[in-house]
Design a binder for this molecule. Structure first.
Ligand code: KG4
Ligand code: ZN
Length: 352
């Protein structure tokens, strides 16, 4: 749906979230054997109609469909409250509140980036995911479509941002460069594939110069990716028509540049903080080349490295549920519904 816009288009995202959320919930409950239908519909309280005044479609689905379900055996509801696209976040938040009112189940609002951290440390044992004990303090390199940041984790729930991007996020740069090469959104995986082809063929292409490594030697932990993106844009404009070889060589050089900066900053942060654990997370952590180089760095520095299962690198619901469960297990209480809001720019540092 978003391919035609070359990125996530907010109005479409909101509309599709609203359309999909109840049918999706129905499917998952069914798959989890948690859905029992009743022959007499439950009354939907007035408070839910009031809450969903501006979510007509969701209210309709709740009245006509959810009202026919028995309360499922769920202990708590975890919902992403930010950061992200506020209109889409509100769909989830309002849905969580409505279900909480209907079934009397507590809600845990969860920070999306915190979810990425815990998705990365999960270990799959047969069919079950387990959360290992982390040696703290740890560092997390979070690289996604909207964020690029290095986080210091002193203890569970206490985060300090050491640095972040000053302009584009790493994933955003992947997506924009992909677009310059005529590749559809999301471009990260496609760039990665092309770059791997160029590497395995030892491709030599004199038309492609080295791209910049912005802020690599700055004395902080900040990043900047718009310079690499702009340099790539000028290069593609100068070259005119791109051959397949050109595209592969650009993809390889772009991925080299991004990886070098990420690895360099992580090395510096690990050395300065003496953290013994590095966690990488977010959609870009699905990138094979970045994974290899981060692993190599950790081996060299004798640091424990957590890299997410491929399926858990990009956005998923398990990461939100697990984070809520960890909070619950460490004594954090659920949040009263009237205090839960969607916050597009929610920061990890605001968490307790
Ligand atoms: O975490 P995520 O799924 O969504 C956000 O929270 O933003 O990250 C999506 C980003 C997109 O920019 C996508 O291009 C990038 O992750 N991505 C990758 C790869 N797979 C996904 N970037 C580089 N290499 C990949 N293999
Ligand atoms: Zn994400």
């Amino acid at each position: 749906m978003h391919v035609q816009y070359g990125g996530v288009f907010p109005a479409v995202a909101k509309r599709e979230h609203a359309k999909a959320i109840i049918p999706l919930l129905e499917t998952v409950l069914q798959e989890a054997n948690m859905l029992t239908r009743t022959s007499t519909p439950h009354t939907i309280p007035e408070s839910i109609s009031t809450l969903l005044l501006r979510e007509e479609e969701m209210l309709h689905d709740i009245q006509s469909n959810v009202s026919m379900w028995e309360r499922p055996p769920i202990d708590m509801i975890a919902v992403t409250s930010g950061p992200g696209l506020a209109p889409a976040l509100w769909v989830g938040v309002n849905c969580a509140k409505a279900l909480s009112m209907l079934w009397d189940i507590p809600v845990y609002p969860i920070n999306h980036m915190e979810g990425h951290i815990y998705a990365s440390v999960l270990e799959k044992k047969e069919d079950v995911f387990v959360v290992p004990t982390l040696s703290l303090p740890a560092l997390a390199l979070l690289i996604s479509g909207g964020h690029t940041e290095i986080i210091h984790i002193e203890k569970f729930g206490t985060y300090r941002k050491l640095g972040q991007t000053r302009d584009d996020a790493a994933g955003e740069a992947f997506d924009k460069v992909a677009r310059m090469l005529g590749l559809a959104y999301p471009g990260g995986p496609k760039i990665s594939k092309l770059a791997a082809i160029a590497r395995s063929a030892n491709l030599v292409n004199d038309r492609i110069p080295a791209l910049p490594r912005p802020m690599i030697h700055s004395q902080d932990f900040d990043f900047s990716f718009s310079g690499i993106k702009t340099a790539t844009l000028y290069l593609t404009q100068t070259l005119g028509t791109l051959t397949e070889d050109d595209k592969a060589a650009i993809a390889r050089e772009f991925e080299n540049a991004v990886t070098e900066v990420l690895v360099y900053k992580c090395k510096k942060a690990l050395e300065e903080t003496h953290a013994q654990t590095l966690i990488i997370g977010g959609g870009v952590s699905a990138n094979t080349y970045i994974r290899e180089h981060i692993t190599e760095l950790c081996t060299k520095l004798d640091v424990v490295c957590f890299i997410p299962d491929h399926a858990l690198s990009t956005d998923n619901a398990l990461m939100i549920a697990i984070t809520a469960m960890l909070k619950h297990n460490t004594g954090v209480r659920s949040t009263p519904l009237d205090l839960i809001v969607a916050d597009g720019s929610l920061s990890l540092e605001s968490l307790q």
